[in-house]
Design a binder for this molecule. Structure first.
Ligand code: SER
Length: 627
């Protein structure tokens, strides 16, 4: 089956089950300070999993672009990619286990046609510390489902991940694992979850490639969570029913769990992996979405897809694909945050392209191979194709300028273990991200002093910070003053929208430059001219009223009690800063916010909405100026 078919079948399957199909959010998350990239379909939905009403209803499904930079070291094997699409369906306080598990099973076996004999499932073994019971309800459902396919599914008593390798399959089809494997939250196991974070037990589905022999390097016996490659996870149903509490005595690990006000399902399945399973081919790089790039690399490099070259080809294909997706969503190579992740990916792709003997220029041409695959799915790749190819080309040219000299230096210094100082010179003078040096060293069988490198890096940062403080003193005052005004205008706008459109409005995203503010919020329909006028008038009236803006620190609970609004899904500390516009007992706006803000609304200029548009289904964006 092709990825287009599987994606379309999934969305159609859930559409028939009364799910609204929502658009994929951008890879660059709005309002989620916890992560740089969208890495699962649930991330943009956190406010709704916590109880906020979603404008499209209580049943949602989509295919979400996802990126996990932390998987970079695994790329090269047959099943890890850093970019992937996550097929997702959600119940927001609607259906639960007895609908979810049969549906996902039906989809995989009857729609995609996967042989149920090759499917294995895992369930949560329970966790005493978290006070959550083991998931026998799911086991019962799974048994029934397999039975209907003529399979007698035995559940295997408690296999911890560590003991899996000792105990093996034991003739089982349903396996209990602990929280490390079968509990899902954005921050992992129950212990690591911050107060307020939602999470819950999950049930994962694995596909067995029966031709792959177990590799004892990964444990004596094989089991579904073994990393040898015989089993591949293809889907995960999270029963998101708990929320971490702040009940003393907390400590880092403390906090019990309480049921969320609504009990949710969060399913995510890797599209690429489901396609690989449907073809019974364990090499994810051979599915239609990626294999064209591999074929192109083979032609350009005149090499075969085998041995060490195979690993380099997979790295090039994966990193180019991820880079195309990042650039399409607005990331450009730079030296900080997202931009630096993109830079690292492109430079590593260049390094492996070079290793394969490919000349400069090929990587940029692969962008069109990626774009072609997503026509009608993510059209921002095709519409931005030239700009995307040009960013890739520019970065390749930039890195190629120092790649040869860096390789020469590497040859010299790698006669013995590499010092932190030398690795830092490769970084600062030859543009080698640390991981490239580490990878080259590994290939050569020498060590690199990572700690020493980090030490050098820190010293260098301190020096340049001292330099830039001098340079900018006084220079930026004017700019930040304008931005401060826009901050306060954003609070006024948020409150005015709530008054004019209704209480469903909240800040979904916000961005401020010296020229304008940008504000995203949920609303089922376009904001009419009349409503826009009302909002503008209300904000301007509040500016005219010269309301005081006061700031106060208080415990989070108290802030919530007092009605302060905040950003849903945001993780707040125990003590928060609250800005109030207006009199304390008769305020116009009260928000949890880090500031800064003006002292009085009279400092703002005339407020005007410059643009109102849709950014996603049910999400509107306003750009406004002070003039
Ligand atoms: N959030 C879960 C995951 O990422 C299921 O969508 O696995």
């Amino acid at each position: 089956m092709t990825s287009k078919e599987v994606r379309a079948k999934f969305l159609e399957f859930y559409r028939k089950k009364e799910h609204a199909i929502i658009a994929s959010a951008s890879l660059v998350p709005e309002n989620d300070p916890t992560t740089l990239f969208t890495s699962s379909g649930m991330q943009p939905l956190v406010p709704y999993l916590l109880g906020e009403k979603h404008p499209m209803g209580v049943r949602l499904a989509n295919s979400q672009k996802s990126f996990r930079a932390e998987d970079i070291d695994d790329v090269g094997d047959n099943r890890h990619t850093t970019f992937f699409e996550m097929l997702g369906n959600w119940s927001l306080g609607d259906y639960f286990k007895k609908e979810q598990l049969p549906w996902v099973f039906e989809f995989l076996t009857d729609e995609v046609g996967i042989d149920p004999n090759k499917l294995y499932v895992t369930v949560f073994a329970g966790d005493k510390d978290a006070g959550v019971e083991r998931d026998e309800e799911s086991v019962k459902i799974w048994k029934e489902l397999f039975k209907k396919k003529g399979i007698d599914a035995k559940d295997v008593e408690l296999i911890t991940e560590e003991r899996g390798g000792e105990l093996g399959m034991q003739g089982g089809r349903i396996f209990y694992y602990g929280a490390k494997k079968n509990w899902w939250s954005r921050s992992g196991v129950p212990m690591n979850m911050p107060v307020g974070e939602p999470g819950g037990p999950d049930s994962e589905i694995f596909y067995e490639f029966i031709h792959i022999e177990h590799n004892p390097k990964f444990g004596k016996y094989c089991h579904p969570n073994c990393d040898c490659g015989r089993f591949m996870e293809i889907g995960n149903s999270v029963f998101m029913e708990f929320q971490k509490q702040d009940d003393p005595p907390t400590g880092q690990a403390g906090g019990s769990f309480k049921k969320l006000p609504q009990i949710n399902v969060d399913f995510g399945g890797g599209l690429e992996r489901i396609v690989a399973a449907s073809n019974d081919n364990p090499d994810i790089f051979e599915i239609d979405l990626i294999f064209d790039i591999i074929q192109a690399i083979k032609i350009v490099s005149c090499k075969n897809y085998e041995g060490a070259d195979k690993v380099s080809m997979r790295i090039v294909a994966d990193h180019v694909r991820s880079s195309v997706m990042m650039i399409a969503d607005g990331v450009v190579p730079s030296n900080s945050e997202r931009g630096y992740i993109l830079r690292r990916f492109l430079r590593r792709a260049v390094r492996h392209a070079d290793k394969l003997g490919m000349k400069e220029g090929a990587l940029a041409t692969f962008a069109s191979l990626v774009a072609e695959k997503y026509k009608g799915v993510y059209d921002n790749i095709n519409t931005n194709l030239i700009a995307i190819a040009s960013e890739i080309q520019k970065e390749e040219t930039r890195f190629r300028e120092t790649l040869a000299s860096g390789m020469k230096m590497f040859e010299k210094i790698s006669k013995k273990d590499i010092s932190g100082a030398d690795a830092f010179v490769l970084f600062s003078s030859h543009g080698f991200p640390f991981e490239i040096t580490a990878e080259l060293a590994k290939e050569k069988g020498v060590k690199v002093d990572k700690k020493g490198f980090e030490e050098e890096f820190r010293k260098h940062q301190e020096l340049s910070r001292a330099g830039s403080e001098k340079k900018f003193k006084g220079g930026l005052g004017g700019l930040s003053e304008i931005e401060t005004k826009y901050h306060t205008a954003t609070h006024l706008l948020n409150a005015a929208l709530k008054k004019v459109l209704g209480e469903h409005v909240y800040q979904k995203g916000s961005n401020i430059t010296v020229e304008r503010l940008r504000f995203d919020f949920p609303n089922p329909a376009k904001v009419t001219d009349e409503e826009k006028k009302k909002v503008e008038d209300l904000v301007n009236q509040k500016i005219k009223e010269a309301l005081p803006v006061s700031v106060e620190e208080m415990p989070l609970d108290k802030a919530r009690e007092e009605g302060a609004t905040g950003i849903f899904g945001e993780k707040y500390p125990d003590v928060v800063t609250v800005y109030t516009i207006g009199e304390k007992n008769n305020y116009f706006s009260k928000e949890i916010c880090g500031g800064p803000h003006v002292k009085n609304t009279s400092e703002l200029d005339h407020f005007k909405i410059a643009k109102e548009e849709a950014v996603a289904a049910g999400v509107r964006r306003i750009k406004a100026v002070l003039e």
